[in-house]
Design a protein around this ligand. Structure first.
Ligand code: UFG
Length: 324
């Protein structure tokens, strides 16, 4: 049996490919390399192609004995999704229809799916629980929620079982220093902060200092990418054993403000990292912190790495990476 990892050359995908291989699984990767990097995956069966292409999916399902798909391939920039919803619906939602359709045709029964905290929108309660209301405030979150709902109906109709993993703020890099976060353009806080000590930017902008938080800056729940990869493996095992669909939040359960993240990065890098205060970035909720108790209880998942480990590992990767 093999696992098909779609989007396996991307950030979280590449860490998951490595972990699945280390745990002895045969991995097949499909990636269109629109945002992924071929150098991030060391795999025998690599297909360059798009999940909206039913022919390549059919070819993969015919050539390999796939019982589970891990689906990362999606556009994921909140801001861009606001100005270009067409691409987001086309890539994410249409891509999922094609994929699920081919899974039905080829009798592939399990899917582990990358979802997001963006499905909740502006939360009413902190920490956020899986059963809290889902009101996305941008097309990115809407497309992920639509994909979750689609999988639920495909379970009812065709018996395809899914685990949707709602990530909070993925960050950090593998300790090998060989794989890490390489977005272009980069919009995420931690890699942007690290561009200052790397000499790629002069300062970091703080988007908003008037939020209702202790220091006025936004609070987020940062989770190490290898802890996320581990959750995908546990979800894969859960589907094989329990054969039921489910949805889980994945976060550390602890929030850090933008200022706390910058201070931790100063400590890790030994660089003063100048910061400037700017206005709010549209669409940013003040606080997003997960309750991951359900994943802990049902999947046996417990994140191992905290903010300082996350920033140290990202720093180790960015100092040494020669890919970009
Ligand atoms: N921020 C800054 N300066 C920057 C970049 C970011 O102050 O230069 C702030 C943001 O305003 C936000 C925090 O840092 O308050 C974190 O921002 P990121 O862009 O790193 O992450 P987000 O919280 O916006 O995004 C994350 C996930 C998305 C998910 C979203 C849900 O990366 O996939 O949470 O709101 F959709």
């Amino acid at each position: 049996m093999s696992v098909l990892i779609i989007g396996g050359a991307g950030y979280i995908g590449s860490h998951t490919v490595k972990l699945f291989q280390e745990r002895g699984l045969d991995v097949v990767v499909l990636d269109n390399l629109s945002t992924g990097h071929r150098e991030l995956v060391d795999v025998e069966h690599f297909y360059e192609g798009d999940c909206r292409d039913s022919e390549i999916l059919s070819q993969i399902f015919t050539n390999h004995n796939i019982d589970t798909v891990v689906h990362f391939a999606a556009l994921s920039l909140v801001g861009v999704s606001m100005t270009n919803p067409y691409d987001y619906y086309h890539n994410n939602v249409y891509g999922a229809i094609i994929l699920l359709g081919e899974m039905v045709k080829h009798n592939v029964k399990n899917i582990v799916f990358s979802s997001t905290a963006a499905v909740y929108g502006e939360p009413n309660n902190i920490p956020i629980m899986e059963e809290d209301p889902t009101f996305p405030t941008n097309p990115y979150g809407e497309t992920k929620l639509a994909m979750e709902k689609m999988m639920s109906w495909f379970d009812t109709a065709y018996g395809i079982k899914y685990v949707a993993l709602r990530y909070f703020n993925a960050a950090g890099a593998d300790s090998s220093g060989k794989i890490g976060e390489l977005h272009q353009p980069e919009t995420h806080l931690i890699p942007l902060i690290l561009q200052v000590p790397l000499g790629k930017r002069d300062q970091i902008s703080i988007f908003g200092t008037d939020y209702p938080t202790d220091d006025g800056t936004c609070v987020r729940d940062y989770i190490h990418v290898n802890d996320l990869a581990d959750a995908h493996f546990l979800a894969f095992q859960y589907l094989a054993k329990d054969k039921t669909s489910n949805t889980f939040n994945l976060g550390n359960g602890k929030g850090f403000s933008v200022l706390e993240v910058i201070d931790t990065a100063r400590k890790v890098t030994g660089h003063p990292i100048p910061a400037t205060e700017e206005g709010r970035r549209p669409g940013d909720p003040a606080v997003l912190v997960a309750s991951s108790q359900k994943a802990e209880k049902i999947l046996g998942w417990k994140p191992k790495l905290q903010l300082e480990d996350i920033i140290s590992s990202a720093w180790n990767f960015h100092k040494n990476n020669k890919i970009l």
